[in-house]
Ligand binder design. Sequence first.
Ligand code: ADP
Ligand code: ADP
Ligand code: ZN
Length: 220
Amino acid sequence: MSKKIIIFFGPPGSGKGTQAEMLAKKTDWKKISTGDLFRAEIANGTKLGKSVGKYLQAGKLVPDKLTLSLVEESLKQKTSGFIFDGFPRNKRQLNDLLAVFRKRLKKNDLAYALEVAVGDKEVKQRLSQRRSCACGAVYHLIYNPPINEGVCDICGGKLFTRNDDKPKVIAHRLKLYYNESKSILDYWQKQGRLIKIAGEQPIKKIHEEIMEKLKKLKLV
Ligand code: ADP
Ligand code: ADP
Ligand code: ZN
């Protein structure tokens, strides 16, 4: 069977992590979320965690080399598909990923980019009310609240506001996204491999739209 690869794009707060998780649950594909991987390294106090903390705190990109090593490690998992959330984030990372694909993918394997489009105003609203859990689960105070206030439905952990979900850092992260993402999205568009999703809809609706579009392309 051929391997499927879906690469999520969208500004911070567009809901790509939420959708990537829902897609991973529906399929048996492995999700590679570089942000989650970095946060886990930081929480576990690893050597890598210690060297990347300052970048996440400031909303800056972690150096490409460190990021790529993490991604390459994750790609060793045995699976029929991968879902990328948060990688690649610049042209260099795209080229690195394409080089890895050339090495690892077979002729019939399929890679598509999926863009979740959401405007700045909505994104800022979503990020200001995002609450996260160390287990990777994500909530929104209004649109996707936990059953018990402040407590993760999945693991019972205490929910927190991410350090980088502050107005000043958000503005910086958004700027970075628009500067870096255009050339990557152009690449996938030219390949005829860009799926566009309207991100300003309820979470369930977006998931349905994603599943429909993937079905049409015979990816699921
Ligand atoms: P969001 O989901 O809000 O877009 P992420 O969880 O994807 O944020 O990323 C959080 C932070 O982790 C980034 O601001 C950056 O510091 C770091 N990071 C995540 N992915 C990458 C990447 N591909 N390259 C460099 N840094 C990254
Ligand atoms: P990203 O990974 O793109 O940074 P997240 O998946 O973490 O985005 O979502 C950002 C915030 O918005 C979270 O609080 C999440 O619960 C909420 N959210 C996600 N999708 C939607 C949606 N379609 N409508 C409203 N809120 C959403
Ligand atoms: Zn949890």
